[in-house]
Design a protein around this ligand. Structure first.
Ligand SMILES: [Zn+2]
Length: 366
């Protein structure tokens, strides 16, 4: 079931409802399936069907005698029917599905005395974890929908989405406006979920002359190595809302926004990734996270992106970059760097995103 949960996490990462399945025979994994109807343009591409198809193809047989299917959610009538057709020996599911469950919640196709084949059913295995994964997904989607529609504050600007459409690689996550520290501003966050629990989380903070997409290559490499990667566009940058007044951009305020984001996303085992010479905010965030932070991973200074290369070239949008031209502004009476002990730090050095990711994982683990 843990493997099925990982498949479900992969489905969520692809924007699908997180349901995962694993097909096992004689203790061997024969096939896996992640829910994918949207991506495959296929209403039948439920996790179970994907796994059944793969298993039948691997075994060269449409009968799957002696196989057990593990799935994170109670099967629907379509999948239950397919399992009976496949003569599956046993199905084990996690959370019940009160809307379309066909193993007892709405109907029980496995208990029809008229049907020939008997597939044994066991429900409720890791039910809480399986259910929570679905709840988290739907809550996140509701929040993102609400945030995407959130009104713009009068003292802020919002770069039109069209400015980002031609960018390659695309850089698009979701919005949130629910953090109290945001005071109604809309924050853009790319969140690549880890394929398994207790993975390292890489929280990537761009420099004052850049935005989140700066991490596109490294984020993919760290995610491929098994980590969770979270990349906010700091307020004032990229797809996030941009207050017009420079005074908005205090280090302590940005730190508070990021600390609240970390709480809201339940981030743990966090390594903050930033650029060398620009780690004041990263250090402050690591301190705010306390024992949930593992340390810092520092990249060589990236090329400063000229304003006209950024997708927010007008003057109002320059408030953030201008405010931080000389580094993040400490609040009155606050020293940016000296207030906290230096966290455990690794310098990732020059090289490709893959090489930098490998060094980061070697140092902090995955
Ligand atoms: Zn189904």
């Amino acid at each position: 079931m843990r493997l099925a949960l990982a498949q479900a996490a992969a489905a969520a990462a692809a924007g699908e409802v997180p349901v995962g399945a694993v097909l096992v025979r004689d203790g061997q994994v024969i096939a896996t399936g992640a829910n994918a109807p949207i991506g495959r343009h296929d209403p039948t591409a439920h996790a179970e069907i994907v796994a059944l198809r793969q298993a039948a193809s691997t075994l060269g047989n449409y009968r799957l005698d002696g196989c057990t299917l593990y799935v994170t959610l109670e099967p629907c009538p379509m999948c239950a029917g397919a399992m009976l057709h496949a003569r599956l020996a046993r199905v084990v599911y996690g959370a019940p599905d009160p809307k379309t469950g066909a193993a007892g919640s709405v109907v029980d196709l496995f208990a029809q005395p008229q049907l020939n084949h008997r597939t044994a059913v066991e429900g409720g295995v890791l039910a809480e974890e399986c259910g929570r994964q679905l709840q988290d997904f739907f809550r996140g989607r509701r929040q993102a929908q609400a945030a995407a529609a959130s009104p713009l504050r009068e003292d802020a600007l919002r770069t039109p989405a069209s400015a980002f459409e031609t960018l390659a690689p695309a850089w698009e996550g979701s919005y949130r406006a629910d953090l109290p520290a945001l005071e109604g501003l809309r924050l853009h966050v790319v969140d690549l979920p880890a394929p398994r629990p207790a993975a390292t989380t890489w929280l990537c903070l761009h420099s004052p002359t850049s935005w989140g997409r700066r991490f596109a290559g490294l984020a993919q490499a760290l995610h491929a190595a098994g980590g969770r990667v979270v990349v906010p566009d700091l307020i004032g940058f990229g797809r996030s809302d941009k207050p017009k007044r420079k005074a908005f951009h205090r280090l302590a305020w940005h730190r508070e926004v990021l600390a609240q984001l970390a709480d809201a996303l339940a981030l743990d085992k966090v390594v903050v990734v930033a650029e060398e010479g620009d780690q004041a905010l990263a250090t402050a965030v690591a301190a705010a996270l306390g024992p949930r932070a593992c340390g810092l991973a520092l990249l060589p200074r990236g090329p400063s992106q000229p304003a006209d290369a950024l997708p927010y070239p007008d003057r109002g949008h320059a408030a953030g970059p201008q405010a931080f031209a000389g580094g993040w502004l400490p609040a009155a009476g606050e020293s940016a760097a000296s207030a906290v002990a230096a966290p455990d730090t690794v310098h990732l050095g020059a090289g490709s995103a893959q090489e930098q990711a490998r060094r980061a994982v070697e140092y902090f683990g995955d």
